[in-house]
Design a binder for this molecule. Structure first.
Ligand code: F6R
Ligand code: MG
Length: 365
């Protein structure tokens, strides 16, 4: 059957501060989505949170960018904002940048990753959700999953993957896109996606055109014109068969990969893979977290989840992230812990600098 898997997320209020999502918001979302399911608007749903981000995982038959599905998610976020306001949670409604819904949540604040698939006889998928980082955080792991044979043995060993994959990359500054085939154009691909603050892997396809992975890519700061929290991203990856195995998809997260985000969205820090119960970034509002929920799809039903980073196999990765976090934290307000000046333009730093503008005197030479 043809079906669509949509992951739509927003930060509509944090508990406590920006560290987690209150259970009352998850309950409200579950109640509303059960009603939508009873009415037949969606096939199935799962609600979770990563840090302060409320995550709606939906299956349906309406295709991607469907106004009704996006409207449903928007209404859920609105209702959860009301709950957040009653509890005076922190930053209630922060990611809802528009006053009224206008057809599509893209560009309105929430993050979206959606794919329409022909459900295979067995359809394992992994949904990655991250907090205290930004959309470029998937570039390195997606490259490793789909283009690095040192990560993904199947690229070498499996006839169904040996042809390689196709990467769609978006330039979020110039609003343009480009497609690269790997392994042929891996070096060209890396020229761009190595600059993960600007070029972001939007999707990966097999060479025969099947969707393998899709990410949320918008930059909230660019939408709002100032710092409004990071665009804590999500990513859906299909596994097994002509796609990487579950373990090949998870393997890139064993590396203490440094991403932008963390405190005030203005620092570099390691992306720590954690079980859902540990997706509560507290230390210096971090370090950045990533969770991975695995589902088997069955006629659109979400069988699961399995909390895939809840495995001692990731203990060492978490330890390495803490070692790196200590080293970076000791730099305090100095780069390269703090983001470079250009990346701070969308924070409140320009306001601080503006106050000192008059005090600068020309150098005599
Ligand atoms: C980063 C994040 C937090 C906040 C920080 C200040 O993505 O969410 O680090 O930036 O707690 O929060 P405000 O300015 O909302 O008080
Ligand atoms: Mg967040």
């Amino acid at each position: 059957a043809t079906l669509t898997l949509s992951v739509i997320k927003a930060d509509v209020g944090g508990y406590v501060g920006h560290s987690a999502c209150h259970e009352a918001l998850l309950d409200e979302a579950r109640t509303l989505l059960s009603q939508a399911q009873a009415k037949g608007e969606i096939l199935d749903f799962y609600v979770t949170a990563c840090g302060d981000d409320l995550q709606l995982i939906l299956t349906h038959t309406h295709g991607t960018d469907h106004a009704g599905i996006h409207h449903l998610a928007w209404d859920v976020f609105k209702a959860c904002t009301e709950v957040a306001r009653r509890l005076k949670l922190y930053g209630a409604g922060q990611d809802l940048l528009a006053d009224a819904f206008s057809g599509n949540v893209r560009g309105m604040g929430p993050g979206v990753a959606e794919m329409t698939i022909e459900e295979r006889p067995s359809e394992p998928v992994i949904i990655f959700m991250a907090d205290k980082t930004s959309a470029g955080a998937w570039n390195l792991p997606l490259y490793k999953m789909f283009a690095d044979p040192f990560n993904t043995a199947g690229l070498v060993i499996s006839p169904s993957m040996h042809a390689g994959f196709r990467f769609e990359v978006h330039d979020v500054i110039e609003h343009r896109r480009i497609v690269f085939d790997t392994p042929e154009e891996s070096y060209d691909l890396l020229v761009f996606i190595g600059a993960a603050g600007r070029y972001m892997v939007k999707a990966v396809y097999t060479k025969r055109g099947a969707i393998a992975a899709v990410s949320s890519t918008q930059r909230l700061a660019l939408i709002a014109g100032k710092y409004v929290g990071k665009d804590d991203p999500v990513c859906i990856v299909r596994c097994q068969g002509e796609f990487p195995a579950v373990g090949e998809v998870l393997e890139p997260f064993t590396l203490p990969h440094i991403v932008e985000g963390w405190m005030r969205g203005s620092h570099y820090g390691p992306l720590m893979p954690v079980p859902v119960r540990q997706a509560t970034p507290s230390r210096f509002d971090g370090p950045p977290r990533v969770i991975a929920l695995g589902f088997q799809l069955a006629e659109g039903r979400l069988i699961g989840p399995r909390d895939l980073f809840d495995d001692p196999g990731f203990d060492e990765a978490r330890r390495l992230c803490n070692v790196l976090a200590d080293a970076l934290r000791q730099h305090g307000p100095f780069e390269p812990h703090r983001l470079p000046m250009e990346a701070m333009e969308y924070t409140t730093l320009p306001e601080v600098m503006a106050r000192l503008a008059e005090r600068w005197q020309p150098l005599e030479d």
